[in-house]
Structures are given as structure tokens and as C-alpha cells.
Design a protein around this ligand. Structure first.
Ligand SMILES: C[S@@+](CC[C@H](N)C(=O)[O-])C[C@H]1O[C@@H](n2cnc3c(N)ncnc32)[C@H](O)[C@@H]1O
Length: 221
């Protein structure tokens, strides 16, 4: 049991280290092309639902791409958390460059364990799938949401998409093992849905973009 916990902790530390190497390319891609299509779909839909003047919590924020674009759309403030210290350092530097450092904070911490600030909007943009303890992450992050809870993860909510995702991710994980990179998880979307429904959230949006599934839930008042 103790060995299992230690192994999980080592794996979580490895997630941060492994994404450290990607910070430069994430930053360059964002500067060159802005958000990727799946993130853009999520931002557009949240904008339609209403984000102006609301607080955003960006969990697994990377270099802060989603946060910066949401600030342009009128969110009042953003708080980003990431396991990678280089992602967080880059996001902080970008917030200065973009002149938004008063409204954007970034912290290196585990979104499943940290004390998260209450926010109207919570976003986990392609971060759930890197994290092994989905129950803990879902519990802590959904508690922080006052209104919308949204996430993007590999599309696996139908039988065929689950088979494809499992196949693609297994090959990717094999390569990651060889190169000591962090692995990807295909979490059970029905289970996530059950947990959120039991916590008084209802699903208000579902869309796909390539291999990605984009979901938004709203807290029932
Ligand atoms: C694929 S990247 C996506 C980054 C960003 N959201 C984007 O779309 O550009 C996943 C990020 O989630 C972070 N991450 C995964 N699990 C996390 C957790 N429990 N707490 C904080 N960050 C986490 C990783 O460190 C990594 O930077």
C-alpha cells in the first residue's frame, strides 16, 4: 500500500519534469498560432455562456495560453496551476510581456491537492489525461467551481472512440516509457459524468475536435 502511494507520488513528480521539456515549444506555438482548435471551441462556448467579469481557474495551465485568451474575452482574473515549474515560469513571464500580471497568477502546485481559489469557471484543458488520481483531481477541482466546470480529454465516450483512444494511447505510452516521459490516461467519462451529476452539475455542452472531447458542466443553483 505504502509502496503504491510512493510510486504514484513519484509518477506525479515525473509529470512536472516531463512537461518542463515542452514549455518552450508550447510558448512558441502559442505566440505563433494562438489556441489550438479544441481549446478555441471551449473558449468560444464559455464566452457564449458568459464569462465577462468572472474568475477563471486554469488547472494544468501549461504556459497560460487559455488564461491569456480568456482575459482578452473579459474574465476578471485567472489563476493557473501546473505541476511543471518551467511551464509556470514561462506563463509568469508571458503575463508580464502581455501586461496582465495584475490579473493573472500562476503557481506550481498539484491541482488535486492544492487549496484552490473559488472561481466561477474551472477549466482543465488536456490536463486530466496526464494525471493518475482522477478521483482526487475531480473532487478538489469541482469543489472550486461556483458555476462552470469544463474539460478537454481524449475522446472515448463511445465504444469505437474508446477502442481507438486505447490503441493510440497504448502505443504512445510505450514510447513514453522508453523515453521516460509521463504517460496518458484514458479516464472513464461515464464515471466522471456520474460524479459531477451527483455533485449537482449538469452537462450543458459536448463537442469533439479530432481526438479531443470538449465538455462543459454547469452547477445547478
Ligand atoms: C498537455 S499539457 C496542456 C497544457 C495547457 N492546458 C494547454 O492546453 O496548452 C498538460 C499540463 O497539465 C499539467 N498537469 C497535469 N496534471 C496536473 C495536476 N494535477 N495539477 C497541475 N497541473 C497538472 C502538466 O504539468 C502539463 O503542463
Amino acid at each position: 500500500m505504502k509502496a503504491n502511494v510512493l510510486m504514484k507520488e513519484k509518477e506525479i513528480e515525473q509529470i512536472g519534469n516531463s512537461f518542463d521539456d515542452d514549455a518552450c515549444s508550447f510558448c512558441d506555438d502559442f505566440k505563433k498560432s494562438g489556441l489550438v482548435k479544441s481549446s478555441q471551441i471551449l473558449l468560444d462556448e464559455l464566452t457564449t455562456l458568459g464569462i465577462r467579469g468572472k474568475r477563471l481557474l486554469d488547472l494544468g495551465c501549461g504556459v497560460g495560453s487559455f488564461s491569456f485568451k480568456a482575459l482578452e474575452r473579459g474574465v476578471s482574473s485567472t489563476a493557473g496551476f501546473d505541476l511543471s515549474s518551467i511551464m509556470i515560469g514561462t506563463a509568469s513571464r508571458l503575463s508580464e510581456e502581455r501586461g496582465v500580471k495584475e490579473r493573472a497568477s500562476f503557481r506550481r502546485d498539484d491541482a488535486a491537492k492544492a487549496a484552490l481559489p473559488e472561481s466561477e469557471i474551472v477549466v482543465l484543458d488536456k490536463s486530466m489525461c496526464c494525471y493518475p488520481n482522477i478521483d482526487e483531481l475531480l473532487d478538489n477541482s469541482s469543489n472550486a467551481s461556483r458555476e462552470y466546470y469544463s474539460f478537454i480529454l481524449p475522446r472515448s465516450d463511445t465504444k469505437i472512440s474508446r477502442i481507438i483512444a486505447t490503441f493510440v494511447v497504448s502505443i504512445g505510452n510505450l514510447l513514453s516509457k522508453i523515453t521516460s516521459q509521463s504517460r496518458t490516461y484514458i479516464h472513464n467519462i461515464r464515471k466522471i459524468d456520474r460524479v459531477l451529476t451527483s455533485r449537482n452539475f449538469e452537462r450543458v455542452f459536448r463537442e469533439t475536435s479530432g481526438m479531443w472531447l470538449i465538455l462543459i458542466y454547469r452547477r445547478i443553483p
